[in-house]
Design a protein around this ligand. Sequence first.
Ligand code: NAG
Ligand code: NAG
Ligand code: NAG
Ligand code: NAG
Ligand code: NAG
Length: 585
Amino acid sequence: MGSVLMVRSHKRYVTLVFLFSLFLCVSASVSHYSIPEEMKEGSVVANLATDLSLDVKTLNKRRMRLDIIASKKYLDVNKETGELYVVEKIDREYLCNTKLSCYLKLEMILENPLRIFNIEVEILDINDNAPQFRRDAIHLDISEATPKGERFSLSNAVDPDVGSNSVNTYHLNGSKFAELILIKTLDREQQAVHNLILTAVDGGTPARSGTASVIVHVLDTNDNAPTFGKSVYNVQVLENSPIGSLVIDLNATDLDEGSNSDVTYSYSLYTSEKTQETFNLNPSTGEITIKDMLNYEDFRIYDMEVIATDKGANSLSGQCTIKIIVEDMNDNHPEISIKSFQTPVSESIEVDTVISVVSVSDKDSGDNGVVDLRIPDNMPFKLRESSDNYYELVVSEPLDREKVPEYVITFTVTDRGSPPLSDNETMTLELLDVNDNVPQFPQSFYTIRVMENNAPGDLLSSLTAFDPDLHENQYLVYFILEKEIANTSMSMLFSINPENGNLYALKTFDYEIEKEFLFHIEARDSGSPPLSSNVTVHIIIVDQNDNAPVIVSPWRAHDGFVPKPFWLCKCVRNWDDYMFAAMVS
Ligand SMILES: *[C@@H]1O[C@H](CO)[C@@H](O)[C@H](O)[C@H]1NC(C)=O
Ligand SMILES: *[C@@H]1O[C@H](CO)[C@@H](O)[C@H](O)[C@H]1NC(C)=O
Ligand SMILES: *[C@@H]1O[C@H](CO)[C@@H](O)[C@H](O)[C@H]1NC(C)=O
Ligand SMILES: *[C@@H]1O[C@H](CO)[C@@H](O)[C@H](O)[C@H]1NC(C)=O
Ligand SMILES: *[C@@H]1O[C@H](CO)[C@@H](O)[C@H](O)[C@H]1NC(C)=O
């Protein structure tokens, strides 16, 4: 407060009252003054000398003094001027607390003669205190369910000032409420705490104010149902996933608080027994896990409905559906089924003839169920797809039993899963012989030398042919082909064992009569039709020295042949040459 205002208010408040007493020494009159509290030290309240008509010059001599009935010496008097002035700031509230009127009672004492004046100084309230709330924050708990119009009292503010300087009005963030009135129902889920400022304003000029925050905690009621993030969940699960594997972790949320938002999960009646037996639903966490092995080949889609219920007084619930789609895993081996297999077959079977029909299958789906059938390479067969998953094994090249008598064919089926699975089946194809080979002699021409004078029945040679065919196709019969040399039946001279081709002489040969024979021997198999081949046999009779020399006259012709003794001697050294020369002649 400025000093100009001070002076003005001083003049305004100071009033003088004279009351005359009948007593001499103690004036019955009471001088009354009014001053505002909180005046500055040294401020003059009044001139007592003037007001009481005292001679200023005598005051000092008469030992003028003040007696204050108070704990402090607030005021004093100037002995030179007679002025009453403020020694110490006066706090009305300290002095008088909440009393509406506040007085300082003083006695001014003068001696020679003794006189006592009673003085009353009224301490006027100024608005030096702002309203104050006992606590800075006022906490209120109000349920969401509280109807509008409900009133809540707030604690009052106190202002030690009095009268109009004391608390006059309350404001709550601008709007004027002495008490808190609910004008709109609360929604904890929208705003759980409302922070308000309660302002208390006094009626002083200028007005002072004090504030407290009003914190309204909105108490929850179960007014929200649990909700799932989505109404439908589609989940894919691999078949054969281990028991206990997590399928989905459901999180129903309930905007309420405490038990009103505590959710338990359960299957609805709509969820089939089988589904409930296959999947476990944890009632408190909402986790759905695998309870029983999943087999894509048995069951592919599970539909379930889960209900989330809160634990509030009037429990509310929400639901969602979950579609669990089982995904295929390559867990089934492909299978081969031999529908037909023709064995044995003739080695002369034609190219493109169907030998076997094979079907393949795989219970898996997608690539896991797509299969490829193979047979080993380097086989005179090929696979031909006849219809879906049916294959024919056909001959791709001419067969020859004599080279490969049987084939071990392994059918291998492999799926395209990852890793792939396979299966195999092995079949043996036997070939039946066909008489397609002629008997064969190791040589095409046999020269056999036989010493003359041999014994009849002597084994001359063994002429064995070979036939790679089988059984009767291989079983050979040997015989001598006749009518080679006119008038000579070779069968009279030689015989051959039809079974083993041993050639025997039937008579004793005499070089001097017969020197050689030429004929054919045939080997014939027993196939149908039979096949045969022949060889030429040249029998040469070898001369022995079995004749004594005979002297014949050189001039006597004998068969036109005229040997000369010296020529003979010369030639005899080589009987073979001689014999040959003789034959040729
Ligand atoms: C009241 O005032 C306080 C402080 O200014 C503020 O935080 C709060 O939001 C206000 N409340 C309303 C209802 O306006
Ligand atoms: C549920 O919450 C968990 C943890 O936050 C999360 O991993 C999971 O994906 C949520 N489930 C759904 C269906 O959103
Ligand atoms: C055939 O299958 C068996 C097992 O079933 C396997 O040991 C063998 O190696 C397979 N053979 C071929 C040629 O794939
Ligand atoms: C063949 O034999 C017959 C009688 O067996 C005979 O008449 C004929 O002259 C003979 N021929 C030769 C060339 O020896
Ligand atoms: C002997 O075999 C040859 C072919 O090797 C054939 O030409 C001939 O006719 C056969 N001889 C007889 C008598 O069958």
